[in-house]
Write a protein that binds this ligand. Sequence first.
Ligand SMILES: [Fe+2]
Ligand SMILES: [Fe+2]
Length: 174
Amino acid sequence: MFVKKMETALVHQIYEEMYSFYLYLAMAEYGAAEGMPGLRHWMQNQAMEELSHAIKFMNYISEKGGNAELKALQAPPKSWKSVKVMFEEVLKHEQHITSCINNLVDIAISVKDHATVNFLNWFVAEQVEEEANAKAVIDMIKLTGSAPGGMFMVDRELAARPAALSPLNPTPVA
Ligand SMILES: [Fe+2]
Ligand SMILES: [Fe+2]
């Protein structure tokens, strides 16, 4: 069983992860519109990771006897000024998610919910990786993006991202 405050905060995180899923799908669509299939691939796989995060929260809430209630999603933006601006937004968004996770840990500690602290530790580590991934793409765009053919090279690099694992099946998503 959860302390109510803990359950409410964890349920809200399902929304945050699903909004991330939706945001990255919108960014994938922008990549397709910009003629960047590598960017679309990178963002669709990023979206799949966010879906798996939402499902991790849902499963954990259910396992502990809570109710993983789903909320309506806000529509994400449709376009960005440039691919660089878009990845700067990815970094800002991931920094926001990191603060959400940190806040959940603070609540779990305050209500002495050690199991939830343990569950959240995976996300603490994951957020370090998420922020680093966004920063790496921004750095790559800064290095090569403005050179002739630079964005073509960036797109090829983005295309090389390995496929995300399905949250329900530990084999790569085709
Ligand atoms: Fe996430
Ligand atoms: Fe993320």
